[in-house]
Design a protein around this ligand. Structure first.
Ligand code: ASP
Ligand code: MG
Length: 442
């Protein structure tokens, strides 16, 4: 059972979480927590301030002392961590260095503090529990600070360390999300929002009955609630659909997070910690999903990936260019840039990349073999759907786009069996999604 920062934002929320955990104690859960509330952001901010000469962790320190106090706890477990945190900020200030490695260590205090406080609180409330830093239950990653990859021995480690609880469940293990250590014992993080991944890895390592991800929404929704007024909860969806949704903009799960569960066929349930009675969503292997779970029109969800970069590449030589694609994609590999969508003809390629990338390197290299045109502020709209029904979906979608004079700039269809994507100007996207959602889901 994983609870994110907003589910443990204050003493009241933590009390609610305790009630939820109690309901599942007979299933012998392992619990994962993120850092409380906005703490990860505050830690990064404190690190940046320290780099610029201002060492001050008061906001973070006060938050945790206050929280411990309002839960009726003393602070003997969190005090040394908070002291260390101040030392680290001083270190950043003195060395004028805030590398990803240091940032990972700094962010790790958020989760280390939350599990200690909540485990103490659970014990006080009669749920016998014990906190663990993820490395103490076997999490090992590579050394890509800020975005570390789980090493495969982690799964066996977890089973060795926590597997015994299947028979002998004497306490509820409470594990830090998001953080781990590399094989040299240096603290790493799994990427922002990585606690979902922690939960999925634990579920896979223990071959759990299911992984539960508790959020502040009713489940996986048919569209972003900030864009659409009345999105609906999707009751069941496949691993493929869920990962396409996550990669193409849905905020509900960390994109890589379901992979470990998927590989071992462990269902992932998304539930609302603000409303335990809401049904939630279940992510399962394809075999369990029946057709009638799609909306009548064959559409399951609409997501968008905003403000991406569109790159048009046209070979400077004309026809018969064997190897052109390979030359182009080599450049992307060299520059470590991941491509999202592609359309191609014999001498030209259009593709999209995330806006976090710097494109100068690709422009320089590609200009030797092609004309390159870069445009910004485009967005990908993805229709998570049954591609077998795409003709009928397209006819509806294009009627709407045509009506509004939206100009579709690129389409990807067929490569993924569950995703049809197209590109619009970012400024058109929200209205477009509202119209499509109305047509397909209302
Ligand atoms: N606390 C981390 C973050 O804010 C991890 C998580 O929330 O899952 O990114
Ligand atoms: Mg979070």
């Amino acid at each position: 059972m994983k609870f994110g920062g907003s589910s443990i934002a204050d003493a009241d929320r933590i009390f609610e979480v305790k009630k939820i955990v109690e309901k599942f104690l007979d299933k012998k859960p392992v619990i994962v927590f993120s850092a409380c509330f906005q703490i990860t952001n505050w830690l990064i901010e404190a690190g940046e301030n320290a780099l610029n000469g201002k060492v001050n962790a008061n906001k973070i320190i006060d938050f945790h002392y206050k929280l411990a106090k309002s839960l009726g706890l003393d602070d003997y477990k969190i005090e040394p961590l908070l002291d260390e945190l101040e030392d680290l900020l001083r270190g950043i200030f003195l060395f004028k260095e805030f590398s990803n490695r240091i940032k990972d260590k700094l962010m790790s205090y958020g989760e280390r503090l939350s599990v200690r406080i909540i485990s103490d609180f659970f014990n006080l409330q009669g749920i016998k529990s014990r906190e663990f830093d993820a490395w103490d239950v076997g999490f090992v990653t590579d050394s890509t600070f800020g975005n570390a990859l789980i090493e495969s021995q982690t799964y066996a480690n977890i089973n060795d360390i926590l597997g015994g609880l299947r028979e002998d469940y004497e306490y509820t293990p409470i594990v830090t999300g998001f953080i781990a250590k590399d094989k040299n014992g240096i603290i790493t993080t799994l990427g922002r929002s990585g606690s979902d991944l922690t939960a999925s890895v634990l579920g896979a390592g223990l071959l759990a009955d299911e992984v539960q991800v508790w959020k502040d929404v009713d489940g996986v929704l048919t569209a972003d609630p900030r864009i659409v007024e009345n999105p609906k909860v999707i009751e069941t969806l496949s691993f493929n659909e869920a990962s396409e949704m996550a990669y193409f903009g849905a905020k509900v799960l960390h994109p890589a997070s379901i992979v470990p569960a998927m590989q071992r066929n462990i269902p992932v349930r998304v539930k609302n910690s603000y409303d335990i009675n809401a049904k939630g969503s279940m992510i399962l292997s394809d075999d369990y999903i029946s057709e009638n779970n799609l909306s009548k029109n064959g559409l399951k969800a609409i997501t968008s990936k905003r403000k991406i970069i569109l790159i048009d590449i046209e070979s400077t030589r004309m026809l018969g260019q064997a190897g052109f694609l390979s030359k182009v994609f080599n450049v992307f590999e060299e520059e470590k840039i991941s491509v999202d969508m592609i359309a191609s003809s014999e001498i030209s390629i259009s593709l999209t990349i995330d806006n976090r990338y710097n494109v100068q390197g690709i422009i320089d290299k590609l200009s030797k073999i092609a004309k390159v045109h870069i445009s910004y502020n485009k967005s990908i709209v993805s229709l998570i759907s049954d591609v077998k029904k795409s003709t009928s979906i397209f006819s509806k979608v294009f009627a709407i786009l045509n009506n509004e004079s939206y100009n579709v700039q690129m389409i990807s269809h067929g490569a993924s069996k569950v995703n049809i994507s197209f590109i619009l100007e970012d400024s058109e996207v929200e209205d477009c999604i509202r119209l499509l959602h109305k047509e397909f889901f209302d």
